[in-house]
Design a protein around this ligand. Structure first.
Ligand code: FAD
Length: 477
């Protein structure tokens, strides 16, 4: 079945047996763990909407590789239309789950690999592209999700990978065998690694001479022997575990540290092995695609934040207050700025030699810089509009308590006719939108730190053309 339904996706995850830890204990049943399940549900929305009447047309297409109908999350873009669809789908999903849906990163890896494996083969006569296309077809036929295993732990940031006193602080090849390679290292902040069938490993940075063992790209199933997922803390995670005061906990995000403890990778799954000169290209391609993705999903999340702000104004009796309405305009303007930059990056996309379309990287990075600043500003505006109860709303258990519950309901009243429960529910949603650390911190660091976005803009913008415009107008030859 090339397009899975949500229940089929859940069943496919149940077949995996990953090694996972959380709060110091081994998790045996990942799929039903309440902390992980919110993330699985969020990724599950990409399956749910693809098989829905309302959105199936947008989320599915025919694969030029298999000839079958596939979920677009398994297709490297083959046209400008595909690039545009990525942004629209991400905005729709941001609206639907109000957090990160966690499936874009794997597609961004596949999109980067579909360009760079071809370029490597052209230069070195290797067979990476063929191997990658076989992997891609496997992903498409099974409608699998992949995680992006990019960020290494990196040790001392002033040292290159091979200069680190502990050689494993960037993931590396420790042995080459007849049938494959053995790799060791750790990748951090691994969005949705346990909601994924496959982990796609790419280098985290441009490498140089001496870093050949670190210049490696491959894919392994998420339950491969030696792969260990350690789920980190997130604000609000104990709410999910306890099942109270959850707000929008049906959908949430988690980002484990994933340790590769001498993991075997067969050659047919290796897509780069020692080609240091292509590491910069693969990082840049992945990052640009990923920053374009963010412009879609984060504008979708701001839509939800704007809706929550407007609802709070209705519930608080402040719907007509001028300065609050102005703040709503600011939120809308920020969503459309992110969306506009990502759409523009798509419309300016160009075909690469492999046939994959690549976006305009400067526009994608401009979108990401806006995101880093504007998401934080939107959170500030939302909290300003919603009021102080975002900080310290009493628990559902207190509202249910026979001694204090009635008093709380009396004093939590807002505008006439608004049920107290609606006000409480909306405040919980605002708290989640503003404070779910795994999602809000990705606004800044997801897809690289803000400085990485700035450096890309500087590197890839035509500075001389700009200088020449100014010189011509100033009458300077
Ligand atoms: C919520 C979240 C989700 C994420 N999801 C994923 C994921 O799914 N997959 C994945 O692979 N990664 C993921 N990331 C990782 C993300 O890409 C990194 O956090 C980001 O690249 C920054 O790396 P770092 O966290 O190691 O910080 P650092 O690299 O330590 O950076 C901290 C600061 O130091 C600066 N800095 C560091 N080194 C240097 C240097 N040599 N020169 C100049 N300045 C320097 C940086 O610019 C930054 O300002 C995620 C991150 C977050 C927060």
């Amino acid at each position: 079945m090339a397009v899975k339904t949500f229940p089929e996706y859940i069943e496919s995850l149940r077949k995996l047996k990953p090694t996972a830890y959380m709060f110091g204990e081994r998790i045996e049943n990942v799929v039903d763990n309440p902390r992980i399940r919110g993330g699985i549900n969020a990724t599950g929305a990409t399956y749910e909407l693809a098989s829905s009447k309302a959105h199936g047309n947008l989320l599915t297409t025919i694969s030029p590789f298999t000839g079958e109908v596939i979920n677009r999350f398994t297709l490297p873009p083959q046209s400008v239309e595909d690039l545009v669809a990525r942004v629209k789908i991400n905005r729709l999903l941001g609206n639907y789950v109000g957090t990160c849906h966690q499936r874009c990163t794997g597609l961004d890896c596949m999109s980067a690999l579909s360009i760079v494996t071809f370029d490597m083969d052209k230069k070195h006569g290797t067979k990476y592209y063929e191997r990658f296309i076989d992997f891609l077809k496997y992903m498409q036929k099974n409608d699998f999700t992949a995680n992006a295993s990019i960020t290494d732990v990196k040790g001392d940031r002033s040292l290159n990978p091979h200069e680190q006193p502990d050689k494993d602080l960037y993931l590396r090849i420790v042995e080459k065998q007849k049938d494959g390679i053995i790799v060791r290292g750790a990748k951090v902040h691994q969005t949705g690694s346990l909601s994924s069938h496959e982990l796609i490993v790419l280098p985290t940075r441009a490498m140089g001479p001496g870093d050949e063992d670190y210049s490696v790209a491959f894919a392994v199933p998420s339950d491969t022997r030696g792969v260990i997922h350690v789920v980190g803390r997130n604000t609000l995670d104990t709410r999910e575990m306890e099942g109270v005061d959850c707000g929008n906990m049906r959908y949430s995000k988690y980002c484990p540290t994933v340790i590769y403890d001498d993991v075997y990778v067969p050659w047919e799954r290796v897509f780069m092995c020692g080609e240091t000169e292509f590491t910069g290209e693969i990082v840049n391609r992945f990052s640009a695609f990923h920053r374009q993705s963010h412009g879609g999903c984060k504008s979708g999340k701001i839509d939800v934040m704007t809706g929550a702000a407007l609802a709070m104004m209705d519930y608080n009796g402040s719907a007509k207050v001028t300065h609050l309405r102005e703040k709503v305009v600011d939120m809308i303007h920020k969503a459309e700025t992110l969306y506009g930059c990502s759409l523009a990056a798509s419309y300016e996309g160009k075909k690469e030699p492999s046939g994959t379309y690549f976006i305009n990287s400067v526009l994608a990075n401009a979108s990401k810089i806006h995101e880093g600043r504007d998401m934080a500003e939107c959170i500030r505006l939302l909290i300003d509009i919603a009021g102080g109860y975002v900080a310290d709303l009493p628990s559902d258990r207190d509202f249910a308590n026979p001694e204090v519950g009635g008093l709380l309901k009396k004093y939590m009243q807002g505008a006439a006719g608004v049920p107290v429960e609606s006000r409480v529910r909306m405040l919980r949603l605002v708290e989640k939108l503003a404070m779910e650390s795994a999602d809000t911190i990705s606004d800044l660091h997801g897809g690289g730190s803000p400085q990485a976005h700035r450096l890309t803009i500087l590197r890839e913008s035509n500075l001389n053309a700009r200088k020449n415009c100014a010189k011509r107008l100033a009458g300077i030859e």
